[in-house]
Design a protein around this ligand. Structure first.
Ligand SMILES: [Mg+2]
Length: 196
């Protein structure tokens, strides 16, 4: 039996957008993020982070730093509202034309958003039904990912969301819903429900 999921972008959705986060303590939760994830946990909805993390590929910090950031994110969610993510996926690689310099991490990957690789992997590993799932993000690439993977996309105005809507960052997108933040996005998803 396949189950639906809610996929979350990381920066600008779960935690505050702060560029490449070089110090662990600069990773700070979005207001209401923990409560929003918790409301899905309470309904046994699979919660999954999917994030492009090219900082190590760009040589800004070691690969292990990304895992440390995600450990902190998990701890903050737990401490704030006893919330948890059921899985966390990220794409550490970056192609050379896009700015990859670390020899280990410089390659083209189908995991890099808006390619659907992370969602496809999550669906295989956790028996997820992408058609009944949602992707919440603040960039055009998040909404493109949603459409490429066959789920519904919710654009939040936090992070880069306002700039995407204004057409001043990336290209404009047609999300299934526009929310002010993660809390409103999750409320809308719960209202719509997880049908086809
Ligand atoms: Mg983001």
């Amino acid at each position: 039996m396949l189950k639906p999921a809610v996929f979350f972008d990381r920066d600008g959705v779960l935690n505050q957008e702060a560029g490449y986060i070089k110090r662990l303590e600069d990773l700070l939760l979005m207001p209401n993020a923990a409560a929003a994830v918790r409301s899905l946990n309470d309904r046994q909805i699979f919660c999954c982070m999917v994030s492009n993390q090219a900082g190590a590929a760009r040589g800004y910090y070691p690969h292990a730093h990304i895992d440390a950031l995600h450990k902190r994110l998990s701890k903050l969610l737990a401490d704030r509202a006893a919330a948890h993510l059921d899985a966390m996926y990220y794409c550490p690689s970056l192609s050379q034309p896009e700015g990859g310099i670390d020899p280990e991490l410089t390659y083209y990957s189908t995991w890099r958003k808006p390619n659907p690789g992370m969602l496809v992997a999550a669906a295989w590993e956790h028996d997820l039904d992408l058609r009944r799932s949602f992707m919440i993000g603040d960039k055009a690439t998040d909404i493109d990912l949603a459409h490429n993977a066959g789920c519904r996309g919710v654009l939040v105005k936090s992070g880069y969301g306002e700039s995407v809507l204004a057409g001043s960052y990336q290209h404009t997108v047609e999300p299934n819903f526009i929310a002010s933040d993660i809390a409103e996005a999750v409320n809308w998803i719960l209202e719509v429900g997880f049908c086809d």
